[in-house]
Design a protein around this ligand. Sequence first.
Ligand SMILES: Nc1ncnc2c1ncn2[C@@H]1O[C@H](COP(=O)(O)OP(=O)(O)OP(=O)(O)O)[C@@H](O)[C@H]1O
Ligand SMILES: [Mg+2]
Length: 487
Amino acid sequence: MAFSGGPRPESEQRLCKHPPMAVRRSGIRFQISLLLLLSALNGIFLLTVIVGLFASDPTSVSAEVEDGILSVLLVWVALFTLVTVFSAFRLQKSLSDPMAMLSDAARRVAGGELDRAIPVQQGADELRDLSGSLESMRQNLVSSIDELDDQNKTVTAMLDALRDGVLLVDEKHRVESWNPAAEYVLEQGEYPRVREGQRIDQLLQFDASLFSDQPSQTEQDRETARGSFHLSVHIQPLPKGWVVVTRDVTKAVEITNLKQEFMSVVTHELKTPLTAIQGYTRLLLMGKGGDLSPKQADLLTRSREQTGVLYKMVNDLLDASRLEGGNLALDIVPTDLPAQVEDAVSAFSGEALRRRVKLRLRSQLLPGSVVQADPMRLQQILGNLVRNAIKFTEQGGKVTLHARTHGGFAVLAIEDTGRGIPEEAQRHLFEKFFQVERGDKRLSGGAGLGLYIVDQLTRAMNGTIEVRSVVGEGSTFTLRFPLVEAP
Ligand SMILES: Nc1ncnc2c1ncn2[C@@H]1O[C@H](COP(=O)(O)OP(=O)(O)OP(=O)(O)O)[C@@H](O)[C@H]1O
Ligand SMILES: [Mg+2]
């Protein structure tokens, strides 16, 4: 909706239709100036006559002539006084009545009484202008109020149509107004009903500190007359007060929980037969089912590899769904890092050899460099990063795990001389199922879950991860974990 405060050409025209006041002969200023001029001329005339009389030789003017002049002067003064009084009276009449009417009309407009038009005042031009301007102001005010009224109706209709509850809260945390959905979403149960002036922290049972000059977001389980449901609440500061948006997300939360449950059950159920297949294949390869021809051994080896890929994928899906649901249990203990980095590198030496990539460990860690971590999950983190580095590096390339301590932190950097990662892709790397190129699914044999799991596990162990990469030159993933005293 556009809230425009632009000029109103029509009213401007109305305001400017008269010529400038100084040039108009029926103006108040003109009439007063004329009166003053006449008085001044009259004064000069009288002064001249009186000075002439006094200055003349008394013997040269006879007494009759003197009397005659005085009588003429008397008549002149009387006539002039009459004209002046009459003009002043006319001026007063043409000013005071319309002024009284105008001030009355202005008072009505100021008091909000806008339905009566201000009559155009006859007489002096200035008063006509003034009444015209006041009428234009009244009309502009009426149309602005109508416009505001329309906008208000539209906003109210929009708020009424919203399915989210919206509450306006004043600076003292009291509810000022709300839409119908707010009543529905916050329907009473053990909670009080929404009413004007009610404290919002009591209504929503929230900590008042959530109402600050920054937007905030929170969630709440709520028992109401309709049963229990999950509420998401967004608090947006306004210049005076806040707007609180409440949304019933019960369904969405239920679906997410169901999805996680489903993932967890399916992946768990898939693991059992996969473990059995892996076991049987291993037995066959060991010759427990009889001698194998080279062809059979080759096919079985490939089958074992593919089962391994599938097994890892199922495990990753299970981990990702547990991490998302916040129910992946970690066994955090003081963990010796030198042993961990050696294990991680030696676990991939075979794969690096197969892919003709040189895998090295450059460790400056002193014995007794210990971090708080889940050793199995730390292996998973390092394994994912080393596996990626090998996968995305051409034959003849190098992958190096650098390990050192710096400023109370253990710094583990997995560096490769591989294809690198474009800058715009780097910020999505730790998202679920993200892969830089279409062919990566086939190339990596994975689903794009590795880095998501790495990031989540690293955070859960109080660590950080960052990536630096230049396309065509290689990538470095750097992990930092706070060092702790060796036990
Ligand atoms: N060292 C690397 N060099 C270049 N690209 C990389 C590197 N590591 C990750 N990537 C890119 O990031 C994507 C996501 O990596 P991630 O480990 O999450 O998934 P994945 O390896 O494809 O599959 P998964 O790990 O689930 O088996 C990869 O598909 C690849 O495009
Ligand atoms: Mg990976």
